[in-house]
Design a protein around this ligand. Structure first.
Ligand code: ADP
Ligand code: MG
Length: 626
């Protein structure tokens, strides 16, 4: 308290500070308050979200205005309605012992005439979003020609949101000789340039070092194919049962989509973005604060309103365009002395962005692997074991024990433990036990392949069958359900072809092609012993070692195939029909890439190893948090 007094604050403010329970000033407050109280100066203050910037400008502004006058003396511009209301409420509680103080919030989406009426009563301080403010100035509902203090709060975000012109327009109605205080979490070029445009010899303070994140945050990235992004997110969440995180997406649409998907998959997730009503946002924020929501999916702008400590992970589901935004995102964790992890899920083409972030924040990212299904099962089991260990016994359970004991009396303690844990284990096991590895090995760039760990296959179709390397690659990707970089070195010869897949997909190829037809003709695929060269297998020609197909490549696969036969016709119903009865709907099937062969009759038949089995299933791997 005396520390606040030492900053030069008056009794009315000190009283409010006591009421609010603030004990010591935050760093930005300590630096900014004395300067702003003592001098009439412009100021640029850089500090992360949650560092107490509102009071850093709010206390001095309140102390400096004249409450006896009804003239508008202070203007605070803020990017969103949410923040605008937050600041207004803070200012009101800071100034609650100041008789006659009137702080008015001006923002879009609410009645303009109500707001105009409040202004008319005389507001010494206006807190506004730029859009509505500009509107009301042009309608002469607000007069800022006498303001002495102007705050640009979250300046970087206002610029990101395209408010530059509105700000220019608004400030053109304000006097030259006012003081302008700019507060921002980051200092991208645009902010530096408005500082130049609107300010005169500003003093500069920086809390923490510029552009670098908190010391308490470690940075990790996970390299996956773009289509596996969501799956990676899910696995990371499952591998961290105690996760309490903000998941950042770039657009409102993606934010909504990812949150919906998480909820559907049984996670306690929520979304916060600009398309939600104030009421909806309040509800999810409250749920997040009380931890009913473990994963808050957010846009960058909406996340500014999240004032929650103890966030364990920041997850960059998509990287932002600006490195500064990354800094801001990762600063959501590792606060108040806690350790935090900032995770980025990237595809190969984004790795260079990681490098430029590293340069900026002067910290190295650690490349991590998305945990395997079995690691996740183990984590979940240990989590359960620890939960049980820490659970306090509820004495009210006594009444039910005789019945419970009776029904379980035949089991030993060991058996009971096994059974009990199997409930949880089976749930995850069923979901994850066949889950494929979604990690992309770093350095596996598109045009460079190291053939170790790669298998070359021979296939008895070629140009004669109207394939070129592109169409064959498309077919292989489709039937194997692999990504565009997973099938490579496709060489199409006259009556046969070759292609490579990574070692890990070898069994998949063998089993899918164990029984596969193209236009009614059995296709033979076998491992080419020639490694990268390809000539070797050529001599075998069509048909090859036909026994290969009789031996089923992958255990239960044959049976599965037979079931399929029962459902759909063999060749004429074709590949397409079967796919739709599988419910499969990959992009390429929508584009109908394979439909071209003629009037919907497909050339291909064979069971497709559906991705919907281990990976996309809606029901497995659910998590409850009651
Ligand atoms: P920022 O604008 O930097 O994101 P805020 O001004 O919104 O941060 O402050 C974040 C939270 O910290 C608010 O709830 C505020 O009331 C609280 N706060 C601010 N200053 C202090 C302080 N000195 N001691 C304790 N809490 C504080
Ligand atoms: Mg703020």
């Amino acid at each position: 308290m005396s520390a606040f007094k030492a900053l030069g604050l008056n009794d009315e403010l000190l009283q409010a500070i006591t009421d609010m329970g603030f004990e010591t000033p935050s760093e930005v407050q300590e630096q900014a308050i004395p300067i702003l109280l003592e001098e009439d100066t412009d100021l640029v203050a850089l500090a992360q979200t949650g560092t107490g910037k509102t009071a850093a400008f709010g206390f001095p502004m309140l102390q400096k205005i004249d409450v006896a006058s009804r003239t508008t003396q202070g203007l605070i511009l803020s990017p969103t309605r949410e923040l605008c209301m937050q600041i207004t409420n803070e200012m009101k509680s800071y100034g609650k012992h100041m008789k006659g103080l009137n702080v008015v919030a001006i923002y879009g989406g609410a009645s303009i005439s109500d707001q105009a009426r409040q202004i008319k009563k005389g507001a010494q301080i206006i807190v506004a979003t730029p859009g509505r403010m500009k509107d009301m100035i042009s309608r002469r509902m607000i007069d800022i020609s006498k303001i002495e203090y102007c705050v640009l709060d979250e300046a970087d975000e206002m610029l990101n949101m395209g408010f530059h012109e509105d700000i220019t327009e608004i400030l053109s109605h304000s006097p030259q000789e006012k003081s302008t205080w700019l507060f921002s979490a980051t200092m991208p070029r645009e902010v530096a340039s408005i500082a130049k445009e609107f300010m005169y010899q500003p003093q500069e303070i920086t809390v923490g070092s510029k552009n670098t994140g908190s010391e308490n945050v470690t940075h990790e990235y996970y390299l996956v194919n773009a289509r596996d992004r969501y799956q990676a997110l899910k696995r990371l969440a499952d591998a961290n049962p105690e996760i309490f995180s903000v998941v950042f997406c770039r657009t409102k649409r993606d934010t909504q989509k990812v949150a919906e998907q998480l909820i559907q998959d049984g996670y306690s997730a929520g979304a916060i973005h600009g398309d939600l009503s104030q009421n909806q946002r309040d509800i999810v924020m409250k749920q997040f604060r009380s931890r009913q929501i473990q994963m808050m999916v957010a846009t960058d702008v909406a996340a500014r309103g999240i004032d929650v400590d103890n966030i364990t992970h920041v997850i960059n589901y998509q990287l932002p365009d600006e490195v500064e935004t990354y800094t801001h995102r990762s600063g959501r964790t590792g606060r108040a002395g806690n350790q935090g992890i900032s995770i980025v899920i990237v595809s190969k083409s984004e790795v260079r962005k990681i490098r430029s972030i590293e340069k900026k924040i002067q910290k190295k990212f650690e490349v991590k692997e998305v945990p395997s299904g079995m690691e996740i099962c183990e984590k979940q089991l240990m989590h359960l074991a620890n939960n049980i260990k820490d659970t306090e016994i509820n004495d009210d359970i006594e009444a039910y024990l005789p019945a419970i004991n009776e029904s379980l009396e035949d089991f030993s303690k060991e058996e009971l433990i096994k059974k009990f844990f199997s409930v949880e284990f089976t749930r995850f096991y069923n979901y994850y036990n066949k889950a494929k590895d979604i990690n992309v090995k770093p350095g596996h760039e598109k045009d460079y392949r190291d053939d170790t760990g790669s298998t070359r296959f021979f296939l008895n179709v070629g140009e004669k069958d109207d394939f070129n390397w592109m169409s064959l690659k498309d077919l292989l990707k489709e039937v194997l359900n692999l990504g565009k970089d997973d099938v490579y070195k496709v060489d199409v010869k006259d009556s046969f072809s070759f292609f490579n897949v990574d070692e890990k997909h070898k069994d998949l190829v063998t089993s899918v092609f164990a029984d596969f037809e193209i236009e009614g003709r059995k296709v033979n695929v076998e491992e080419s012993s020639g490694g990268g060269g390809g000539r070797k297998g050529g001599g075998r020609g069509r048909g090859g070692r036909s026994g290969g197909r009789g031996r089923s490549g992958g255990g239960g696969y044959k049976g599965g195939r037979r079931r399929d036969d029962d459902r759909g016709g063999r060749s004429s119903g074709g590949y397409k029909g079967k796919r739709s009865s599988d419910g499969g709907s990959s992009d390429s099937s929508k584009r109908g890439r394979f439909g071209g062969s003629s009037e919907g009759k497909s050339r291909f038949s064979g069971k497709r190893r559906g991705k919907s089995k281990p990976e996309g299933g809606g029901t497995g791997g659910r998590r409850r948090r009651d």
